[in-house]
Design a protein around this ligand. Structure first.
Ligand SMILES: [Zn+2]
Ligand SMILES: [Zn+2]
Length: 374
């Protein structure tokens, strides 16, 4: 539910700097430009840029997706009303607002497509709660995507009574307090909010002879295994919404499952956004003269990198398109070369380096000092 709660507070259009009626193409273009400018690669060590980068990504996750953008727009249109409802979304009751003039409407209906028709227990059933779980992935699984299972314990309809809370063989009866509507009107001021019925808890029905297994609640805790498909390119800390995979609904739709991903580090590769990073060792002669070296790729292969003459240790090279697959094409492989210094040179190497040292000393102004020191 947190994802939607954020929608009330955050103006994703402003985050991306586009008007509310921007076309999908414009949204994507604005996002790409911001993502490029704010990318951690372009701003190493800049925490503010990184925070902005995350905000921009979160905004694009929603308004870059046609279906989620429509939901977001709907939620935003409800802004002030929704905001005043506070923590009420998860509750079983129906919320209805009566406007002066009698044009009453049921918020449950308006939110029906979003939060599932949890309005009016008497005529809609109940949407299952949203659930959140953590999932640890290997570095490669996160890059390539994976289908796996998560284990959850959540409320489900009681298997003894089928979820109606009545002892098998008996049936719940219509609640006399609310006449089955599940709500009680609360007429105060121009807005009248209905409250869930106190007698039946919003269900519109009462149980005279409760089920022994669930004591009339209609639900039981049950372990479940949920198959989840994690898309390629997810990053550490990312939250993935799996629609309808949360707590089963009771007469209403299922809740959503949010999977928070932890990604294990890789022994060889690192990651910056959609770019992969890797260290490559080269020799001093290769650095001075230039060379073609083999850079490992994540799939176990290699790619040839042309290191130019005069390369410094710590210099980074970009190998385009060999990074993490992303929505708009893959990121890059960023290879940082390190000049390898042998800890125990062979006699031949030592002689060669001494000859080099002498050559360099002759070419220097402090030739005498350098010779004395050795
Ligand atoms: Zn039961
Ligand atoms: Zn009632």
């Amino acid at each position: 539910m947190t994802a939607q709660r954020e929608w009330f507070e955050k103006d994703y259009y402003a985050t991306l700097g586009v008007p509310k009626d921007a076309t999908a193409k414009d949204v994507t273009r604005a996002y790409r430009k911001l993502a490029r400018d704010l990318h951690p690669d372009a701003n190493p060590g800049d925490a503010a840029a990184e925070a902005r980068f995350k905000e921009v990504s979160a905004a694009y996750d929603v308004i870059g997706d046609e279906e989620r953008r429509a939901e977001y727009d709907q939620v935003r249109a409800m802004g002030p009303v929704g905001g005043s409802m506070g923590g009420g979304f998860g509750g079983p009751g129906g919320f209805s607002a009566g406007f002066p003039g009698g044009a009453g409407f049921d918020l449950g209906d308006l939110f029906g497509g979003l939060f599932g028709g949890q309005g009016g227990g008497g005529h809609g059933g109940r949407r299952g709660a949203d659930l959140e779980t953590r999932l640890t992935l290997s570095f490669v699984e996160a890059v390539e995507g994976v289908t796996t299972s998560v284990h959850l314990v959540s409320d489900a309809a009681c298997s003894t009574c089928g979820g109606n809370g009545a002892r098998p063989g008996t049936r719940p009866t219509t609640c006399s307090a609310c006449a089955g509507r599940g709500v009680q009107a609360d007429d105060q001021g121009p807005f009248s909010f209905s409250r869930p019925c106190g007698s039946c808890g919003g269900r519109g029905q009462q149980v005279d002879d409760p089920c022994g297994a669930c004591r009339g609640s209609g639900s039981e805790r049950r372990p479940r295994e949920v198959k989840v498909r994690i898309p390629a390119g997810v990053d550490d800390g990312q939250r993935i919404r799996l629609k309808g995979r949360g707590e089963p609904g009771r007469g209403g739709p299922n809740g959503d499952l949010f999977v928070v991903v932890s990604v294990e580090p890789h022994a060889r590769f690192g990651r910056r956004g959609d770019h992969l990073t890797v260290g490559v060792s080269i020799t001093y002669p290769q650095a001075v003269l230039g060379a073609e070296v083999q850079v490992p790729t994540l799939d176990g292969g290699t790619v040839t990198l042309k290191v130019p003459a005069g390369t410094r240790s710590g210099q980074a090279f970009r190998i385009r398109g060999r990074g993490i697959p992303a929505k708009w094409g893959s990121g890059d492989l960023l290879a940082t070369v390190e000049v390898h210094v042998p800890a125990e040179p062979t006699d031949a190497e030592r002689a060669a380096v001494e000859a080099l040292a002498n050559t360099m000393a002759e070419g220097s102004d402090e030739a005498d000092d350098a010779t004395d020191a050795s």
